[in-house]
Ligand binder design. Structure first.
Ligand code: BG6
Length: 511
């Protein structure tokens, strides 16, 4: 079993074996927000539960609202109780962790707050053995990022001694190429690239990490993974949720920037990359960056041909009526923000020439599901056509990212009986069934890696720049194109998205 696991996930095994976490203080800027409650602290608790936190560890929340250490701990306990994957909460684990949780109140632009933070962390070094090592986690509103980063060096929080300091930057990383480049320059003024961890939580998902294992730990797929055998690739991230409480942010961002620039282009890069020379962070980043550089940039007049955007209207999902996008809280009543996007991207390199990558993402679709489906060319039909069989379905290899994480292969088989009748059947591997354990949450893996200093599952500056270049090119074309087309909530998106792929002689999958 152990051998099997190692071959399925060499990244995780390799890291677990080689890197014990060193002591550190984990400082969250914007510690009173939703992200801290729903994701960060439950992930830290889960790591504590798994014995994966360093013994000398402290968590320090830094935010504007006044609060005592005790109040902060109580709020976090409630958050962990609601969001941890370990239920019920283990009082021994929580008590031990909560004694290492602290809160400091300050405005993000106030130098005195940072001096106080520096003094507090130095005291923790003495009392709790955190050794001068720090992780600064930017979970505040993006508009505050620059202000926070600018304060770190003058206040003495970045040291050049034997300790280490790292910064984790949440999305959105900029809102276009210019703002992302600016944020990168501000970061580079304070940190080396190896100290910067740009988070993309999709890279922490178990099945996403498994793309590398599937491709490079098996001999049967890689020889077929190219333009000779692959007809096209479909990457789908469908959500049944709407914008929930995030209308203000989302109405500015839209689906393309919210999901495609980061998560979906990372999925594309991992699916399409060349074998890296090793599993080291730099080697993987090099290959991802090469793929992104090979994606053809759309000229403004090509954008209508290569993209479709939509916006949800009212409808019904799982029997519940849901409101249209323009009636959501903090969304402009005449908003033209897209909540659905479909793209056709071409990777202009030897391996993928002529193989379209179709990306599709939307909110308020039929269901929440994410997958990467590699559709192979159809086998020559000559033999079975002569027998009067229906046209053969092409083979599909589908990686289910969520839910029901796993891998399925569609192939053709003969229906039992006296006549030759061929029908597609499915071979299905499910993580839950095969390994019997629940995969860790994406944030667990990523926070652990930031603590041990492994940036493999984070994004590098050149990847981010190139992704924004692609997104800017599309948005540039959209400026003069017609607005998003409406679609009913609870469907697979606008009918125009079906026509978009059908004109290439292909169909969207209904995963
Ligand atoms: C976030 C987006 O990055 O990812 C959200 O801002 C989206 O709009 C979320 O809902 C999806 O993540 P997951 O892990 O639920 O698929």
């Amino acid at each position: 079993m152990r051998e099997l696991q190692a071959s399925i996930n060499p990244l995780r095994e390799g890291i677990a074996a080689s890197s014990a976490p060193s002591p550190c203080a984990f400082v969250i800027f914007g510690a009173t927000g939703d992200l801290t409650h729903r994701k960060l602290v439950p992930a830290i608790y889960n790591l504590a539960h798994e014995g994966q936190l360093p013994t000398n560890f402290a968590l320090v929340g830094f935010a504007r609202r006044p609060k005592t250490h005790e109040q902060f701990r109580d709020e976090l306990r409630a958050a962990v109780t609601e969001h941890s994957r370990f239920q019920p909460i283990n009082p021994t684990v929580w008590d031990s962790l909560s004694q290492r949780i602290f809160y400091l109140q300050s405005d993000f632009g106030d130098p005195k707050g940072y001096e106080a933070l520096d003094g507090f962390l130095k005291k923790l070094d003495r009392d709790r053995g955190t050794a001068g090592n720090r992780i600064f986690y930017l979970a505040a509103a993006p508009a505050e990022f620059e202000t926070i980063i600018d304060q770190l060096r003058p206040s003495g929080l970045i040291q050049n001694s034997n300790s280490w300091q790292r910064i984790v930057v949440e999305k959105p990383f900029g809102s276009d190429l210019a703002t992302a480049e600016r944020l990168n320059s501000v970061l580079a003024g304070v940190f080396d690239e190896r100290q910067i961890f740009r988070i993309d939580h999709y890279l922490g998902k178990e099945t996403v990490q498994n793309i590398m294992a599937l491709r490079f730990a098996n001999e049967i797929f890689e020889p077929l993974w190219n333009q000779k055998y692959v007809d096209h690739v479909q990457i789908t991230v469908a959500e049944s949720l709407g914008v929930e409480t995030r209308g203000g942010y989302y109405d500015q961002a839209g689906a393309l920037r919210d999901m495609v620039q980061n998560h979906m282009l990372q999925l594309l890069a991992l699916t399409a990359l060349e074998p890296p020379v090793s599993l080291e962070a730099g080697a993987i980043h090099d290959e991802k960056a090469k793929v992104l550089k090979a994606v053809r940039l759309m000229a403004p007049d090509q954008v209508s041909q290569f993209t479709i955007r939509g916006q949800y209207e009212r409808g019904s999902i799982a029997g519940q009526s849901v409101a249209g996008y323009r009636s959501e809280k903090n969304v402009a009543p005449d908003s033209c923000t897209e909540t659905f996007v479909a793209l056709k991207l071409l990777i202009e390199n030897w391996r993928w020439a002529g193989v379209p990558f179709y990306l599709r993402h939307g909110k308020r679709l039929v269901k929440g599901v994410a997958e990467i489906a590699v559709q192979f060319k159809a086998a020559p039909a000559v033999l079975f056509a002569k027998e009067g069989c229906a046209p053969l379905s092409p083979n599909v290899l589908a990686l289910r990212i969520q839910p029901d994480e796993g891998i399925a292969i569609r192939m053709n088989a003969k229906v039992p009986g006296t006549v030759m009748n061929i029908q597609p059947v499915k071979m299905d591997f499910r993580y839950g069934g095969s390994f019997g354990v629940r995969a860790p949450e994406a944030y667990e893996r990523l926070l652990h890696d930031a603590i041990v200093g492994d940036s493999t599952l984070f994004t590098r500056r050149d990847e981010v720049d190139r992704s924004w270049q692609m997104i800017d090119a599309i948005r540039n074309g959209w400026r003069t194109a017609s607005p998003p087309v409406p679609y009913e909530s609870g469907t697979w998106g606008p009918p125009e998205a079906d026509e978009f792929i059908q004109k290439d002689g292909r169909q969207w999958r209904r995963p």
